[in-house]
Design a protein around this ligand. Structure first.
Ligand code: DP6
Length: 360
């Protein structure tokens, strides 16, 4: 049995005429980055992330059983109650991809209504939280059809389905720290779904992440294009080797509660991700002048105060400021007085590490 086959239902299930369910899923921020993928969302290197708490997508799905099986998908999409046909191609591609693993979806009309807790244009990618919230709703229907499905298998398959929508989404199902991608140091980890990292010092389970919204607009180059530019990238193989080494080193850092090691490694990962963009063909720069200003100030602040403020970046200009809860009072004051000025419209989002999916 190949690994994917474990996710294909093999028996006839219950007939459920209609079902409505609502799930909320968080975004996540990678500490070791996923950048470069193979066919069907298989990552070129393993990654580790903090699951967030406040940045979330809430998705309600009403499943209505059709009289006849259709040969095409039947769905309608809304954002906060208003139709959004522009979201349809992405969701259709996602559902087409997961149909072999959720064939019962062909028997239903899906009315999907979704809303994000963070501003629509904040430059924050919503695909991780959006795909995992939708996958969670679909897995809830699967649980009605197959009541013997265990909670553990439901979570695992939810991450598996979410990954097929957006790779990083595989890491938005559980928390506070998630691994995705195979590595010999973590025999439980998989390219197909995320798993919780259990061996982390307590200090990392309550970490703060304040997101400085340097640029709230659409990114100039999407992650999908960025991943593609890793094919034929002159440094790709070295980057994957580096990421695998960083992954293993970070596991030790997290387990030991090594704050200096954490600050050093997380910052180098963020800059290595952007170095791939700077050196791809065509090359591109997603950091803004304010991104660099913030990086310099964070390093200066850490040096002069000894407090554990560090930064990471995703594929954009915004900066995630990471720091431990026991230092948050002082660091929050610094952010309010010295960092807001670098944000578009002075906007930032105070978030922290969270636990993953919630049924609403
Ligand atoms: C830089 O998961 O958005 O945030 O699989 O094409 O949807 P797709 O890409 P996506 O890439 C995330 C890239 C990243 C790093 C990370 O989250 O690990």
């Amino acid at each position: 049995m190949n690994d994917n086959a474990q996710f294909v239902p093999t028996t006839e299930g219950n007939e459920i005429p209609s079902f409505q369910t609502t799930w909320s899923a968080p975004s996540n921020i990678a500490l070791v980055k996923y950048w470069g993928k193979k066919e069907l969302q298989i990552p070129c290197n393993p990654s580790v992330s903090f699951t967030l708490d406040q940045c979330r997508t809430t998705t309600s799905v009403r499943f209505e059983r059709l009289k006849d099986n259709l040969d095409h998908l039947s769905l309608a999409l809304q954002y906060d109650g208003k139709p959004v046909p522009s979201f349809e191609p992405k969701v259709k591609t996602f559902i087409d991809r997961i149909l072999p693993y959720a064939p019962y979806l062909k028997e239903y009309h899906l009315l999907i209504d979704t809303i994000n807790s963070f501003p629509h244009s904040s430059g924050i990618a919503s695909s991780a939280s959006a795909m995992s919230a939708l996958a969670a709703a679909i897995m809830d229907l699967e649980k009605q059809i197959y009541p013997s499905l265990t909670a553990e298998d439901q979570i695992k398959k939810c991450s598996f389905l979410a990954r097929l929508g957006s790779g990083s989404s595989a890491r938005s199902v559980e928390g506070p720290l998630v691994l995705w991608g195979e590595h010999t140091a973590t025999p439980d980890s998989s390219d197909l779904f995320g798993v919780r990292l259990t061996k982390a010092a307590d200090v990392f389970k309550t970490y703060h992440d304040t997101i400085l919204l340097v640029d709230k607009g659409q990114k100039e180059v999407s992650s999908t294009i960025g991943h593609n530019l890793m094919h034929n990238h002159p440094f790709a193989e070295n980057r994957f080797t580096q990421a695998k080494a960083h992954y293993q080193a970070l596991l030790t850092i997290l387990e030991m509660g090594d704050m200096d090691g954490f600050n050093d490694l997380v910052e180098r990962e963020a800059l290595s991700l952007h170095a791939m963009m700077l050196t791809s063909s065509p090359s591109y720069i997603l950091m803004h002048p304010n991104t660099i200003q913030i990086i310099q100030e964070v390093r200066r602040y850490r040096k002069t105060t000894g407090l554990n403020l560090t930064f990471t970046l995703d594929a954009g200009a915004n900066v995630h400021l990471l720091y431990p809860a026991h230092e948050a009072e002082k660091i929050d004051q610094f952010i309010a007085s010295d960092m807001r000025k670098y944000c578009q419209d002075n906007e930032l989002i105070y978030d922290r590490v969270g636990t993953g999916l919630k049924k609403v």
